[in-house]
Unconditional design. Structure first.
Length: 232
């Protein structure tokens, strides 16, 4: 029996760190505003693509990346609090944290698609809603960033707690993919074939392309050219 097992596959790890960078950059550009709002919108589309990939990878990916595992984990909260949790991957609290973070990021992304800054920025789906709805979604998008900051803070504190107090290297596992085997019944992750990765990537790219193209499809036709005045 090996003293460590494969828990997080490479695509999931790459998703995790790409999402962390994209969210951090999106928060900075949104906070500073101005000309950076163009990049805020681009980062929002990249986050949309990453979330779409994660949704698909939760069906097609390896064992501990699957939604069946993550959604079932909170049901074992009682066992976890009594010290009887023996499964690898996300524990019940970790699964709840993942669901909360991804759910809020999905809301932020979708609301941002129809938002506007009342100056120069409009989300690619702005024309699908009326102005009142756009302003309402913009307000929610701005306020929800505080909740997002709080969840990120709790996430970082949990990593520190598990690393310093519980002596469980969560950060190392998300970098290298392997975690110490705590119990003999814990098994390595399986699944996540190359074809599954190709499907998940293609689905994410297709969604971003459709959303980005919608802005052009919804744009009003150009005004007819005014005939030039005759200069006698």
């Amino acid at each position: 029996m090996s003293d460590s097992i494969k828990v997080w596959d490479a695509p999931l790890r790459l998703f995790h760190w790409s999402l962390a960078l994209a969210v951090g950059a999106a928060m900075v550009t949104g906070w500073l505003g101005g000309n950076l709002m163009v990049w805020h919108g681009r980062l929002g589309l990249s986050i949309l693509g990453l979330l779409a990939f994660r949704l698909l990878w939760g069906v097609l990916g390896s064992t501990y990346a699957r939604w069946s595992r993550i959604l079932a984990a909170p049901l074992g909260l009682g066992d976890y609090l009594r010290g009887r949790w023996r499964q690898a991957g996300h524990n019940p609290l970790g699964a709840l944290s993942v669901l909360a973070l991804l759910g809020l990021l999905l809301f932020q992304t979708l609301s941002g698609l129809a938002a506007n800054d009342e100056i120069a920025f409009q989300g690619p789906l702005y024309r699908l809603v009326d102005s009142d709805t756009s302003f309402w979604l913009t307000g929610l998008h701005r306020q929800a960033k505080w909740l997002l900051l709080g969840l990120i803070g709790l996430h970082l504190l949990a990593i520190l707690y598990y690393g310093l107090v519980r002596r469980r290297p969560l950060l190392r596992a998300m970098i290298g993919g392997r975690s110490p085997r705590a119990y003999p019944e814990q098994r390595e992750a399986t699944g996540g074939a190359p074809w599954a990765l190709a499907v998940a990537l293609a689905g994410a790219v297709l969604l971003v392309w459709v959303v980005q193209s919608t802005e052009g499809w919804l744009a009003p036709p150009p005004a007819p050219a005014t005939p030039a005045a005759l200069d006698w």
